[in-house]
Design a protein around this ligand. Structure first.
Ligand code: AKG
Length: 275
């Protein structure tokens, strides 16, 4: 039986209140406050099927190219790195999803770039590299007043408690330390979501993939976007030279923020900014 909560609507003593006019605004407010939200990507069933198919073929080619034994030996067998640079058009399209970019523009002050995109495979009945608590800016313990990096984890499959949906620790992006084991046990929330959703996480939110108790893989594509002061996991512009990209895509992919190789190159960038 579902118990309906009747949440009071009235309030008093309020001088300041957030305004939300859309589902996107609601996601923004929740990421700011709790560190996570679920966002609908807006893709059709046909588009979701194409993503699912290209995910599988990209993974097959990747494992052929780098070798299962090698990937397993370095704990990389459950990831496909940087699929937008080699995996097919759906991956670039995912990184440029309209709903996602609208939310990112509201969440991250100023400019942002894509730091990384990875296929994430949560294998059935097996531990994997994302199944331990972490931040997506790992080894960092500061808190910031504004999000400086956001993870958008795209659910290729439905995320359920059975197949290892992601766990989060609400509001943990606002505290420096990783909480005690008792606190984690009591406060962890598992985010069930339909295929086609993005799980939006402030990158400083502690989270972990759940254990997949089903008989099938649970597939996702993660994206980290950050202010353009952090180096990319893999240099995306160098791996996408010659691709047909709009100026906005180039900016988001980091083409405008590559570090100059020399003083002369740096001075050229200053020259370009004059006009
Ligand atoms: O696979 C998951 O549920 C979590 C993925 C994750 O931790 C990450 O993308 O950083």
């Amino acid at each position: 039986m579902t118990v309906m909560k009747s949440v009071p609507e009235a309030a008093y003593g309020i001088l300041l209140r957030n305004q939300c006019d859309s589902a996107l605004d609601e996601a923004v407010e929740q990421v700011r406050n709790l560190g996570y939200a679920v966002l609908n990507s807006g893709y059709s069933d046909i588009e979701l099927q194409a993503i699912s198919d290209q995910f599988d073929s990209a993974r097959e080619r990747y494992v052929d190219a780098y070798g299962e034994a090698k990937l397993r030996s370095i704990d990389e067998y459950h990831s496909v790195r940087s699929p937008l640079t080699h995996g097919g058009g759906v991956f670039l399209n995912l990184a440029m999803n309209g709903n996602l970019l609208s939310v990112l523009k509201k969440l991250i002050p100023g400019k942002f770039i894509l730091n990384q995109q990875n296929c994430v495979i949560n294998p059935p009945q097996e531990n994997y590299n994302q199944g331990a608590w972490h931040r997506d800016l790992p080894y960092q313990h500061f808190v910031s007043t504004q999000p400086i990096a956001i993870n958008a984890l795209f659910c290729v499959d439905d995320f359920t408690s059975e197949n290892g949906a992601t766990f989060v620790l609400p509001a943990s992006h606002k505290a420096e330390a990783f909480p005690s084991a008792a606190y984690v046990r009591k406060n962890a929330v598992q985010l069930e979501a339909e295929a086609g959703s993005f799980l939006l996480l402030d990158c400083m939110l502690f989270h972990a993939g759940g254990f997949n108790r089903s008989q099938s893989v649970r597939r996702a594509v993660n994206h980290v976007y950050n202010i353009p002061y952090f180096k990319q996991q893999i240099n995306i512009p160098n791996n996408m030279q010659g691709a047909d990209l709009s100026p906005e895509m180039k900016e988001i992919l980091g083409f405008d923020y590559m570090e100059p190789a020399s003083i002369a190159d740096y001075l050229l960038t200053r020259e370009a900014k004059k006009y």
